[in-house]
Design a protein around this ligand. Structure first.
Ligand code: SIN
Length: 530
């Protein structure tokens, strides 16, 4: 059993920033299921939004965020996150993050990009691989910090609570079970401060811009432990992922539309003016829905993003990764429009937390995409997520610092060893892969950009059967990383469908043909398993 003052699950911007901040207070274990670098953060292209320019203001950033969130953002949370942004950006710069600059009157100033829903340029970026730059710098700092131990290839299985242990104390989280994949054994991590920073759940869908690690692990574990989960119906679909048979997850950043990119239909004509006066820079829910409508109307398999108004030199310099990837797949963006389709991109709901990352379970915190703080409401404003990860990591660390030393009544608890009787090796791996594909396809067909009551009902019925099969598998066979991810996917898919069925209106990212209007009442969808 590993004992640690702080246990962090996940190694993206939120998890690593938090770990670095609390390392001055005690020992920190960071548990991550692949290598440290394998996180959603590392795949973020566009950048991090923050007010850094004198033409901009906190009020403007707050207003844009509220507008994108269609009535469901918590304004005080939005204001706190937006106004604490500049200090967090400075910290990232201090860790060596190299945001792009340009020269004005002999002075270097930060270059700012623009994305949908932002009324001004406010996105700090590092070419088109901003997340990778942030991830690399934070990971290097964490590896150099003696108080932090990084447990790579460790899959978190479940949260351990005092109620699960049958202890007659107030229910709280006291650690986790995790699969050490290299050793093939289950180990315990014992801690009074457990932080979920596991990112999102894009892999629930057949098409996604997310990396393979995005299987909703934190939400699923929290849910199974009886923690409140909020607004899971709001899954953001990014309007533009490269359409190519061999490359189904490559994002074509919204920053391209920020530099004047225009969406064209199958007939080569721009279409966004039919849908929103902000044209190609309307918020993402609107653009993704417009593309979906155009594809259904014309029967086309994709639409196109036209960047031909820029020179090859500009595109290669500003978007080197995107430019090269397109060229590698036979498309030169300076000469021809890029074929694009929408794909699942961001989970706006998640584990319900307050502004310090505190969940409904004592001892458990959630930060970053796994959490629902109230920042995003019904639709996330582009590039607000890295900002939220950095700010919430700081706030959770400060909150815990103020509470040290915490209530010690549970500290002597020992965790029982993992008991799974005579579990056998999985004999039919094909069943796991089949179920995995089935979940992702049915979520794509029935629960994506446009929903109906009937599609949601079908999805719920199929998922109930799949859940039974997967959980049977889980109890009868030796666990593997694939089986753990499948179990989490089926639980999270169920939460998305249940939340979507409860929202009988169309708002932000939840659009249903059966209830096309917004209700006047504003409410969040909160699910709890007792
Ligand atoms: C993008 O680069 O378009 C993604 C930015 C984001 O999702 O915030």
């Amino acid at each position: 059993m590993h004992r640690t003052d702080f246990l962090v699950i996940g190694s993206g911007i939120a998890g690593l920033s938090f770990a670095l901040k609390v390392a001055q207070l005690g020992s920190v274990a960071v548990v991550t299921k692949r290598q440290g670098i394998d996180s959603n953060t590392a795949w973020a292209q566009g950048g991090i939004s923050c007010v850094t320019d004198e033409e901009d203001s906190f009020d403007l950033h707050v207003a844009d965020t509220l507008d994108a969130g269609v009535g469901l953002c918590d304004e005080s949370v939005v204001r706190t996150i937006v106004s604490e942004g500049p200090e967090r950006i400075q910290e990232l710069i201090d860790y060596g993050v190299d945001f792009d600059h340009h020269e004005v009157d002999g002075e270097q100033v930060i270059s700012l990009g623009r994305e949908g829903g932002h009324s001004v340029r406010r996105i700090l970026h590092s070419r088109d691989t901003t997340g990778r730059e942030i991830e690399k710098k934070l990971l290097a700092a964490a590896r150099a910090e003696p108080k932090i131990t990084l447990f790579e290839h460790h899959y978190a299985i479940d949260l351990i609570t005092t109620s699960k242990l049958g202890l007659a104390t107030e229910n709280r989280c006291v650690g986790i079970y995790a699969l050490d994949e290299k050793e093939g054994e289950v180990v315990n991590f014992r801690s009074d401060r457990v932080v979920l920073a596991t990112g999102g759940s894009g892999k629930v869908y057949l098409y996604t811009s997310n990396p393979d690690v995005a299987t909703g692990d934190g939400v699923a574990m929290a849910w199974r432990a009886g923690v409140e989960v909020e607004n899971m119906e709001f899954i953001q679909f990014h309007p533009t992922v490269l359409y190519h048979p061999k490359e189904t997850s490559f994002l074509i950043s919204e920053a391209l539309r920020g530099e004047g990119g225009v969406l064209l239909g199958d007939d080569g004509e721009p279409f966004m003016s039919k849908y929103d006066e902000r044209n190609d820079l309307a918020p993402r829910d609107i653009v993704a829905r417009a593309i979906d409508t155009e594809m259904k109307r014309t029967g086309s398999r994709c639409v196109f993003l036209d960047m031909r108004h820029h020179s090859k030199a500009f595109l290669e310099d500003r978007f080197p990764n995107i430019f090269q990837t397109c060229v590698d797949h036979g498309v030169d963006p300076s000469k021809e429009p890029i074929p694009v389709v929408p794909a699942a991109h961001y989970q706006c709901g998640g584990v319900n937390t307050d502004i310090n990352g505190m969940t409904s379970l004592k001892g458990l915190y959630a930060i970053g995409e796994v959490a629902c703080t109230g920042l995003h409401g019904a639709n996330r404003l582009a590039s607000n997520s890295l900002l939220e990860g950095a700010v919430l990591a700081h706030r959770a660390a400060e909150y815990l610092k103020a509470k040290m030393p915490v209530d010690r009544t549970v500290s002597d608890i020992d965790l029982p060893k993992w008991q799974r009787g005579d579990a056998e090796d999985v004999d039919e791996l094909v069943v796991i892969y089949h179920n995995w594909d089935e979940i992702r396809r049915l979520m794509w067909d029935y629960v994506s950009i446009v929903r109906t009551d009937k599609r949601l009902q079908r999805a719920a019925t199929r998922l109930a059967n799949l859940k039974r099969e997967v959980h049977e598998f889980y109890w009868n066979f030796k666990i593997t990383g694939d089986l753990l991810e499948l179990r989490n996917l089926v639980d999270v898919a169920g939460l998305i469908v249940e939340s979507a069925r409860l929202r009988q209106e169309s708002r932000g990212l939840h659009y249903t043909l059966d209830h096309p209007d917004k209700l006047t009442e504003l409410r969040d969808t909160i699910l709890t398993r007792y």
